[in-house]
Ligand binder design. Structure first.
Ligand SMILES: Nc1nc2c(ncn2[C@@H]2O[C@H](COP(=O)(O)OP(=O)(O)OP(=O)(O)O)[C@@H](O)[C@H]2O)c(=O)[nH]1
Ligand SMILES: [Mg+2]
Length: 406
């Protein structure tokens, strides 16, 4: 099969577990389109009890088998399947290729990974996900043909045996560790330079990259599809003469599988290591779900960062009442509300920091040096008995400097 011209058609199996199933199905259609495949249809199944062997019941599978009999389609189970469930469903559907939501998202990630690190991360996640699935079959994945789950950075490795995969996994993990240690050094230098960092986080496709482009006059890839951004990009920008570092990163998705979050853990980690987060939501879509998903993901990653809520795409809103209190309405595409956003960012930093003048007797330089990481020095003046330091301190750290305050 020629993987260049082959366009995969995907049929969705949508389990009905609660009332969100319709939204999940629509999202699956967007995921399919974002992966470069074509949506072919959906079969729904209300789940009263999960069948451990095939998740959905045999009756439904037989109905689906008949429906898909003469079609060249891949079936997407819109949830997570165990390796054996995947194989059993495939067997029940005349050996049709079966993928789950994680495999589909990984395919999108593989397609969109641009940086070296992004590619390594995706390949690692793909191999880890594939590994137990290879086991069940006892043969290479090559029999599955082209398309999702067999494409991407891992492609050339698919013919290799399990031992080679294990070696490759170890190699990728080591490589990523090296990249990460370089990055911590960069982050450390930045902290030392005292530039405040702001990260754009939030649900996928809400306009984070568009906002980065607008604020920093950049040209990062922004597109109407899910997970257009995978790599973390940082750019400097200035508000009223103050420099900030703005970071754009991978977006979130409801029920994003855990192994995907962990695959991108170090990428996210660097973005979430910021002084302020702007949580970007799409005001024209289910913003409450987007916000909840984002806050939930931050909790899972154990990140407590101060944030402002930015309601993007608000250019044609008629009613502003139903939105969270204090959120900032903008349109990144039409450059609306941006001055207000900048003011809110400045106000935030002004409320977080105090400008202080410290007097440090030479006899206490040692104890002052231990605290220096907690402030940004603006100027230092050497006197006979002491030094005088003008600095900016986060209010939460102010008490540590009590004995040096004039
Ligand atoms: N109507 C409208 N569309 C916008 C606005 N801002 C961005 N968009 C569109 O929303 C889509 C997604 O924008 P991106 O900037 O790629 O979104 P993102 O949050 O970076 O998405 P991912 O990187 O895929 O997670 C694009 O088609 C943008 O043109 C806006 O203010 N109004
Ligand atoms: Mg983006």
């Amino acid at each position: 099969m020629d993987s260049e011209t082959y366009i995969e058609k995907i049929y969705i199996i949508q389990p009905i577990l609660d009332e969100t199933y319709k939204n999940l199905q629509e999202e699956a259609v967007s995921l399919i389109e974002s992966s470069g495949a074509v949506y072919a249809g959906t079969i729904y199944q209300k789940i009263r009890e999960v069948n451990p062997a095939t998740y959905i019941g045999y009756g439904k599978l037989e109905e689906l088998r008949k429906r898909l009999k003469d079609l060249d389609v891949t079936t997407l189970f819109n949830g997570e399947l165990s390796p054996s469930q995947t194989l059993n469903i495939s067997a029940a559907l005349d050996d049709k290729k079966v993928i789950d939501r994680t495999t589909l998202i990984l395919a999108i990630f593989a397609r969109n990974a641009k940086s070296n690190e992004g590619k390594l991360q995706v390949e690692l996640a793909q191999l880890k996900y594939m590994y137990p699935r290879l086991k069940g079959k006892g043969e290479g994945l090559s029999r599955l043909g082209g398309g999702i789950g067999t494409r991407g950075p891992g492609e050339t490795k698919l013919e290799t045996d399990r031992r080679k995969i294990r070696v490759r996994i170890a190699y990728l993990e080591e490589k990523l560790r090296q990249i990460e240690s370089t990055r911590s050094l960069v982050a450390y230098r930045r902290k030392k330079d005292g530039i405040k960092s702001i990260s754009l986080i939030g649900y996928t496709n809400t306009g984070k990259s568009t906002l980065l482009n607008l604020l920093t006059k950049s040209d990062v890839y922004a597109e109407n599809r899910l997970f257009a951004t995978l790599d973390t990009t940082s750019r400097k920008f200035t508000i009223d003469g103050s420099d900030f570092l703005l970071t754009d990163t991978v977006g979130f998705l409801r029920e994003l599988p855990h192994n995907l979050i962990s695959a991108f853990h170090s990428t996210l980690e660097s973005a979430l290591n910021c002084d302020l987060a702007l949580i970007v939501c799409d005001a024209t879509s289910d913003y409450q779900m987007q916000l909840d998903t984002t806050l939930e993901t931050l909790r899972e990653l154990d990140k407590q960062i101060p944030y402002l809520i930015v309601m993007n795409k608000s250019e044609s809103l008629q009613n502003f009442d139903a939105y969270p209190a204090g959120c900032i309405f903008i349109s990144a595409r039409q450059n609306l509300g941006i001055e207000n956003l900048k003011n809110k960012i400045l106000q935030f930093f002004q409320s977080q920091f105090s400008d202080v003048v410290l007097t440090i007797p030479y006899t206490q330089i040692g104890s002052y040096n231990k605290l220096r990481n907690f402030l940004d020095e603006k100027s230092v003046q050497y006197n006979d008995e002491s030094i005088t330091v003008s600095a900016r301190v986060q209010k939460i750290y102010l008490s540590r400097f009590q004995s040096f305050l004039n």
